[in-house]
Design a binder for this molecule. Structure first.
Ligand code: C2E
Ligand code: MG
Ligand code: MG
Length: 344
């Protein structure tokens, strides 16, 4: 404790010294700099210099995150968070080659409860840990670039699934939606990749739908539009995922070659109790109708939610009310128990 106090005193002196206003030659007004300082304590030589510097560096970034111009000590909780992340990154690097990634399929239904397609959702069966949700590993995959091989695998698997469905009269009309992340969409050979998968599998490209989020389409809009048009020319459709959560303006929406918008589940959740959410959903449905876009609502969990959506013109639905995301083996049961009919 006494070492920590002394270190803190010295660091604070350094910070204040660096904080002094100073003049630059030939410039009238004064300048001032702020410093962020990271520190770590050690006893003896248990840790190598490298490790100690890394710890101080972690603390430095923590100081910056906390608003800069301050001191931070490295602590074990920080280390634990970093270790978990590093372990996850290393494990994710091998997940594809170890066949630990799987696609689950969640049904999408029309207003009669008829299954019209599915959304493919990634699951990671992590040894010793269990099923990891994509919300946990997709951001990491994006940061590390692992999303590129993973995304390519998703496209490949989706085409294989559509090919399998094409051979069965109960499933040949189903559409399959896949999620595409920003980094994946912007990679140079993305269009070629999609084209190659379609050609290899021989699927009807109209059965494949790419879900993009607003954060993908609002970045370099011109580039995005021309890329979307190239993909549309292959016959593939587009849905705008999580619609309503971002900042898409109507003028953009009109210019994007979209087929569908997907109302985000955060609006659907309270649709029957929160008048604001109800108003937003009504507005989305009215706007989409006038733009000629079809609409699907996600996260539909209750009959009351579906009724409200349907009464306001929504004719496609996805959510636990109709089925959770499930392995493809469970679709067999679903199809044989009630041919394309959801069992509500
Ligand atoms: P998303 O595309 O918006 O997917 C919808 C999420 O809502 C899924 O979570 C789904 O399991 C969940 N959900 C569906 N119905 C209901 C419902 O009735 N109630 C509630 N509470 N939740 C429901 P999941 O599977 O954890 O996926 C999370 C996100 O991860 C996805 O959001 C998507 O952005 C991303 N993701 C999943 N698979 C992929 C993939 O293959 N590639 C990329 N780039 N991202 C993916
Ligand atoms: Mg989605
Ligand atoms: Mg969504």
């Amino acid at each position: 404790e006494s070492a920590a106090r002394q270190a803190e005193m010295i660091a604070e002196k350094v910070r204040l010294a660096l904080n002094q206003p100073y003049a630059l030659a030939g410039v009238e007004h004064m300048h001032q700099s702020t410093a962020s300082i990271g520190m770590t304590l050690f006893h003896g030589l248990d840790d190598s210099t490298d490790v100690l510097l890394k710890q101080a560096d972690v603390a430095l970034y923590q100081a910056k995150d906390a608003g800069r111009n301050r001191l931070r000590f490295f602590n074990p909780a920080m280390q634990a968070a970093i270790d978990t992340r590093t372990a996850m990154e290393n494990a994710l690097r091998n997940a594809l080659s170890q066949n630990e990634l799987h696609l689950y399929y969640q049904p999408q239904v029309d207003q009669y409860g008829q299954t019209i397609g599915a959304e493919a959702l990634l699951r990671w069966q992590r040894p010793g840990i269990g099923i990891v949700s994509p919300a946990q590993f997709i951001p990491l995959a994006e940061e590390t670039g692992l999303i590129l091989p993973i995304g390519a695998w998703v496209v490949h698997s989706a085409c294989n699934q559509l090919m399998a469905w094409a051979g069965d009269s109960r499933t040949c009309d189903l559409q399959l939606a896949i999620n595409v992340s920003a980094r994946q969409f912007h990679q140079a050979d993305f269009v070629a990749q999609i084209a190659a998968c379609i050609a290899r599998s021989g699927i009807n490209p109209g059965r494949l739908k790419l879900e993009l989020t607003e954060s993908v389409v609002l970045e370099n809009v011109e580039d995005v539009i021309s890329r979307m048009q190239e993909i549309k020319a292959l016959g593939v459709g587009f849905s705008l995922d999580d619609f309503g959560t971002g900042y898409s303006s109507l003028s953009y929406l009109k210019r994007l070659p979209l087929d569908q918008v997907k109302i985000d589940q955060s609006f659907v959740r309270d649709i029957t109790v929160d008048p604001n959410d109800a108003a937003i959903v009504r507005a989305i449905l009215a706007m989409s109708q006038s733009l000629g876009l079809n609409v699907i609502a996600e996260g539909v969990e209750t009959q009351a939610q579906q009724d409200f959506l349907h009464a306001n013109g929504c004719t496609a639905f996805q959510g636990y009310l109709f089925g959770k995301p499930m392995p493809i083996s469970d679709w067999g049961k679903r199809l044989s128990t009630s041919p394309l009919q959801n069992e509500k």
